[in-house]
Write a protein that binds this ligand. Structure first.
Ligand SMILES: [Zn+2]
Length: 610
């Protein structure tokens, strides 16, 4: 399938270049150190029948190094024509790499100001998922959404696809007039009759935050500067679930300074969205699997909101520094959850987060121990491979350790300044360490000795000063688990006040079982009837491990309905771990369900089930 594209792209390439091809650096071919991209003006029309976006992009550039070529990233695009300051030029597109695509080389002059690229995406463009009516919640209209992180922006816009580059943008998006378009920008709140939508993002953002969604969407405000977009049939439940959003924003601002973006809205997508959420500025994209009916999974919103500071305001310069985005965000998420829902609730989330980190550490210590360091060395690997729980959870526990070392008051003052002084800039791990030392740690010899900064960042696994998180609520569950281990009686669990987090803790700490035990648990708690996707994900893994085949029907329909990679990977992996028969079952279900998954999930699962 991918092979067709480079052939198509060959058309229109006029001359061979005598210079060496641009080399890949930090996962981008673009020469952003020589030429700066300041602003983009995007004009695209969505064609749902052909599954393409067609139009042009205007790039405002400054040729800092007076070089004679602008190099951009492009993958799975059909580049039709390029002009520089209104003069048509010949361009060169290199052979397409399967992850990083091609370098698009455009001749420029020292005073060149604007480059216009006419192009269209292809049905293969990996960032874009075109959904049929049947794949949406309401099943009334088609839907499109994008996912640009980490290196997929180049599959729908030719640009400098590196987090080191920040630009502002305007966009005009034309859609069928029964649909609405939304972007990571100031957004409309209702449809217009022409189906033409204008967007403006006046704050400079990196390419991985470029985002577009098109669908039959409605809007409802949740407060002063927040609101929800969803398909009409989902609006009521989404609105109920996300009611605390404004309070989260207010608490976040109290912690680390004012919210600098225009609004904070959330778009609840159809279930094939491969991630929990994506922190697109002004408009978080979220999976509908957080709509649990009891507000138990809204920490995801706290997480994406926290990215408005960590990530969107202060951005990792390269994907090797990814923990600067995610570690800070999980830490900040934890603080928002504590402020809104209380310490005891937050502790449960942190303990479960630690449980997930342990699984990742176990897995990686066998397969890729280098990837258990906070600072990664990805070289030419797909950055998506390095984006594991290490960046998120080990990163969070590092910052929690710093908080404990210097005290919350000093730590909060430091973080507030860190966000303010580096707003709209990028950060490397080394720059962060030097800022941390200079502004905080060096002030006190005891802190310097206790923080173990280098061990956390450049060492494998968990350093010796890590203290395991605890939760009083889960201490009670340990008692119930011990009683269950002795009796195998499901009544050992006093489930009346269980939240999602209690269930997850219990499911993850059960003793060794047999099929009859699992059957008894199901008879007592009716797991296959639960609608909560987090609980189902753990339940299906347990059912597979102990051959409880009654869950296989519900599991198959879950895998056909939901495309969130966090759930797909462990469930398919559990089947694979059962041996040849399990692998065959996994492949069977995958063949049927794959058509509903986004490329991001497909790439992971192809690798897992090959
Ligand atoms: Zn995140």
């Amino acid at each position: 399938m991918k092979k067709i594209i480079p052939f198509l792209l060959g058309i229109g390439i006029l001359s061979a270049c005598s210079k060496p091809s641009p080399v890949l650096k930090n996962h981008s071919y673009s020469n952003y150190e020589e030429v700066s991209l300041k602003h983009m003006d995007l004009h695209l029309k969505a064609d749902f029948e052909k599954k393409i976006l067609d139009g042009f992009v205007l790039l405002d550039i400054t040729n800092k190094s007076k070089t004679d070529v602008l190099v951009l990233d492009s993958r799975q695009l059909l580049i039709k024509e390029v002009s520089v300051d209104d003069k048509k030029v010949d361009f060169i597109l290199s052979k397409e790499h399967e992850v990083f695509g091609s370098s698009l080389q455009i001749p420029i002059e020292s005073e060149s100001k604007q480059v216009k690229i006419s192009y269209q995406t292809t049905p293969e463009s990996a960032a874009l998922q075109w959904l049929s009516k049947e794949q949406t919640n309401d099943k009334t209209d088609e839907f499109l959404f994008s996912q640009s992180q980490a290196v997929l922006a180049r599959t729908w816009i030719p640009l400098m696809d590196a987090p080191a580059v920040r630009f502002t943008y305007d966009a005009t998006i034309e859609v069928p007039n029964h649909l609405m378009a939304l972007m990571s920008a100031v957004n409309p709140q209702q449809k217009n009759e022409e189906g033409v939508y204008q967007f403006k993002q006046e704050k400079p953002i990196p390419s991985y935050l470029m985002a577009l969604a098109i669908g039959n969407l409605t809007f409802k405000s949740t407060g002063r500067n927040s609101g929800v977009y969803a398909e009409p049939g989902m609006m009521e439940s989404c609105f109920w679930e996300l009611k605390d959003m404004q309070q989260m924003i207010d608490e976040a601002e109290k912690l680390y300074g004012s919210y600098v973006w225009n609004r904070y809205d959330v778009l609840v997508l159809p279930p094939s969205f491969p991630f929990g959420g994506m922190e697109n500025p002004e408009l978080t994209f979220a999976t509908p699997t957080i709509i649990a009916g009891d507000r138990s999974l809204v920490s995801l919103i706290a997480h994406e909101l926290a990215h408005s500071w960590s990530g969107n305001l202060v951005t990792n310069r390269t994907w090797d520094d990814f923990w600067l985005n995610e570690g800070f965000t999980v830490y900040f998420e934890q603080r928002i959850m504590e402020a809104v829902y209380g310490k005891e609730y937050e502790e449960m989330l942190t303990v479960n987060g630690y449980g997930e980190l342990q699984l990742t550490l176990n897995e990686l210590s066998k397969t890729a121990p280098e990837d258990t360091k906070l600072k990664l060395t990805l070289n030419e690997r797909n950055p998506d491979d390095g984006l594991t729980d290490i960046a998120y959870e080990k990163g969070r526990f590092f910052l929690q350790t710093l908080e404990r070392t210097v005290g919350r008051e000093q730590w909060d003052i430091f973080l507030r300044r860190y966000f303010m002084e580096h707003a709209f800039k990028t950060m490397t791990t080394e720059e962060f360490i030097s800022y941390l030392n200079k502004e905080l740690i060096d002030n006190n010899p005891e802190w310097k000795q206790n923080a173990q900064v280098n061990e956390w960042i450049y060492g494998k696994g968990m350093p010796s000063n890590f203290i395991k998180p605890r939760s009083a609520a889960f201490d009670r569950l340990d008692g119930e688990l011990a009683a269950y281990k002795a009796s195998k009686d499901p009544e050992s669990f006093k489930t009346d006040d269980y939240s999602t987090h209690h269930w997850l803790y219990v499911l993850r700490h059960l003793p060794a079982l047999n099929t009859a035990d699992v059957k008894a648990l199901d008879a007592a708690f009716d797991f296959n009837q639960i609608k909560n996707s987090e609980i189902l994900c753990d339940w299906f893994q347990l059912s597979i491990a102990y051959d409880y085949t009654k869950s296989y029907g519900p599991m198959r329909s879950f895998l056909n309905r939901v495309g969130r990679r966090k759930f797909l990977t462990p469930i398919y992996r559990s089947m694979k771990n059962k041996g040849p028969e399990g692998l065959e079952m996994a492949r069977n279900i995958y063949t049927e369900a794959k058509k509903g998954y986004h490329t991001v999930a497909i790439e992971t699962l192809d690798e897992l089930l090959k």
